[in-house]
Design a protein around this ligand. Structure first.
Ligand code: FPP
Length: 231
């Protein structure tokens, strides 16, 4: 039987290049990319993956032109309006990771509503990383921990497992996929991917589909994971 990873993370790259190649505005790539989120989440759920973490907006994406940022802020609304019914029907639970506060009120509301509406679902956890940066996540965790020590709430005896619990995303990632051929991590889940298998797929995110995910899972299943030990 094929080994299915518990936690899969995806850097959804290539929306802009996909659109450009078709003579379309970059936003058309993001729109199609949101449809891919539905496709991949449903397949991940069907396969029994426990948690799927998608990098939707990084702390560095604020450097993009204003009109693109404004579209990216509207995307959660477009996505959940179209697909919340499918997520509910498939028992998928939505969570998010990142500092939501920097987004416009209505974007925040849309995301919080999707989280609430799906909170009791027991299938796949679909975690949207939004205004997420791994270094920022670690700084926030360190500050929270330091504050607890200063307040006398706990001793200065932090373990690796405990540090994880201060992060937005406490799980170890089993498999990290980046689409569109770039081979870098771009400040995503630096702590959580310590022993991840990494797969760089040349497919641009808008064209990534069920078959692409299954292909990545085949490669994952064939990898020899030793976690620093010996077989
Ligand atoms: C990277 O492609 C992609 C993004 C910055 C946005 C990703 C967001 C989505 C696919 C949709 C999010 C969905 C929900 C549910 C909120 P790029 O623009 O960097 O592409 P390029 O490298 O080709 O320019």
């Amino acid at each position: 039987m094929k080994v299915i990873p518990e936690t899969v993370a995806i850097i959804m790259d290539g929306n802009g290049r996909w659109a450009k190649a078709k003579g379309l505005p970059r936003t058309a790539g993001h729109k199609k990319g949101a449809d891919t989120v539905r496709t991949v989440a449903l397949e991940a759920n069907r396969l029994g993956i426990k948690k799927l973490i998608l990098y939707a907006f990084s702390t560095e994406n604020w450097k993009r032109p204003e009109d693109e940022i404004s579209y990216l802020c509207k995307l959660p609304g477009i996505f959940f309006n179209s697909y919340i019914k499918d997520l509910m029907k498939n028992n998928i639970r939505v969570t998010f990771a990142g500092e939501l506060e920097r987004f416009p009120e209505d974007t925040q509301k849309t995301i919080r509503k999707a989280v609430e509406q799906t909170a009791h679902n027991t299938g796949l956890e679909l975690c949207i990383a939004i205004n997420y940066g791994s270094r920022r996540e670690m700084i926030l965790a360190a500050q929270k921990y330091a504050q607890e020590v200063a307040d006398g709430k706990r001793a200065n005896d932090l373990t690796e497992e405990e540090f994880s619990s201060y992060l937005f995303i406490p799980e170890e990632v089993d498999l990290l996929i980046r689409t569109s051929g770039e081979e870098r991590i771009s400040n995503f889940l630096l702590w959580q991917i310590a022993y991840s298998e990494l797969i760089f797929d040349p497919t641009p995110w808008p064209d990534f589909d069920e078959a692409s995910l299954n292909e990545a899972l085949e490669v994952f299943a064939a990898r020899d994971r030793r976690f620093g030990g010996l077989k």
